[in-house]
Design a protein around this ligand. Structure first.
Ligand code: TXA
Ligand code: MG
Length: 335
């Protein structure tokens, strides 16, 4: 089946062989991972990599993540990996951890926008792994959304954004984690988290045995910044107001603002109760993460005028959730 010329594939063996063939011939295939859907091309094919940027409308200087199918493939993508890298992949691969390391000579500069480093991860998803192994090449893949939209957590989001612009989309279940991988830079003096994500800072610190800074925060002033961080990120069509403060006070403010703007005729959505209807206390961050992008897309599609969101504690996955909410927010209120 095709949508606007883009092939829709299932995730059975024959379809995956077809998808792998498309990758080997320089085409673009969207595939599921445990975090979000990726838009893949052979990491060895500069022309195919360039077409990823075009299909997404992605700024040319924002580097991609290379996906490998087994631990040993790390050596095809990076060189001079420090001991820490092996300790981390032993513990967290397959999984939502991307490591930034010196780029191997065979990986073209296009993959990492000309940087001397490259981000690499092994996804925790059968279909993704089969696709990489059948393609016999590492697969470079950003999230499979059009630039400026939330990352896709369902193949339907990929169809919405990219049908007609890419060769194929593999249909599979919704992504379990729902937020992108943690990007950890291991190329400098000390590891730095460039983007909080599916593996928590605490888990990384447990393995490394020391504390790790997060780029863009006060504690990390002067440390490198991920190229991706300087771009305007997704913001919903409706302004999102993020409300922080003690649970009791922020709930009171949210209820007050909600009622006030509804009386004025606005279509108001409460992000947290949208995700958990029987909201009694703070939502499990895992559930919030898994549904966040889908819910934001739905709010845009339903013509919501105002989104009220509550802060969540910045522990575990909460750090990644708050990072995305802050980027999406038009205003942050502290009460
Ligand atoms: O979970 C994920 O990471 C998903 C799935 C598909 O694997 N991919 C993803 O890719 O979110 P993307 O392109 O949307 O985000 C990649 C992030 C960007 O913030 C980029 O700036 C950063 O990783 N990055 C990639 N290579 C880098 C490098 N060499 N140095 C610094 N940052 C890098
Ligand atoms: Mg992205």
């Amino acid at each position: 089946m095709r949508v606007k010329g883009t092939l829709l594939l299932d995730n059975d063996e024959r379809s995956l062989e077809k998808a792998a063939g498309i990758i080997s011939r320089g085409g673009l295939v969207a595939f599921p991972t445990e975090t979000v859907y990726g838009l893949g091309a052979s990491a060895y094919d500069p022309q195919a990599i360039r077409s990823i940027y075009t299909a997404k409308g992605r700024p040319q200087d924002n580097p991609l993540i290379v996906h490998v199918g087994k631990h040993e493939q790390l050596g095809e993508v990076v060189k001079n990996a420090p001991r820490e890298a092996y300790r981390l992949i032993e513990k967290f691969w397959p999984g939502p951890l991307s490591l930034v390391l010196p780029r191997a000579d065979d990986i073209p500069g296009e993959v990492s926008a000309g940087l001397a480093t490259v981000a690499v991860r092994m996804p925790d998803h059968r279909t993704a792994i089969d696709l990489i192994n059948l393609s016999k090449v590492p697969i470079a893949a950003p999230s499979a959304n059009r630039s400026g939209k939330p990352s896709p957590t369902s193949f339907r989001h990929v169809i919405e954004d990219l049908a007609g612009s890419i060769d194929a989309i593999i249909r599979s279940e919704d992504c379990i984690v729902g937020l992108e991988s943690t990007v950890l830079d291991l190329s400098g003096e000390r590891p730095v988290i460039l983007r909080p994500g599916g593996i928590s800072r605490e888990d990384l610190e447990d393995v490394l045995g020391y504390s790790i800074n997060v780029a863009g925060t006060k504690e990390a002033a002067g440390s490198p910044v991920s190229p991706g961080m300087k771009y305007r990120h997704y913001s919903p069509r409706a302004p999102l107001i993020l409300i922080t403060g003690s649970e009791r006070r922020r709930r009171r403010l949210i209820n007050y603002l909600g009622a006030y703007y509804r009386r004025k005729g606005l279509k108001v959505a409460f992000l947290n109760s949208y995700i958990d209807k029987d909201l009694t206390s703070t939502i499990d961050p895992k559930i919030l993460a898994a549904k966040l992008y889908r819910v934001l897309r739905e709010m845009d599609n339903r013509g919501v005028n105002l989104i009220l969101a509550e802060e969540t504690a910045e522990k575990g996955l909460g750090l990644a959730i708050m990072n995305r909410l802050r980027k999406a927010a038009a205003r942050i209120l502290r009460i």
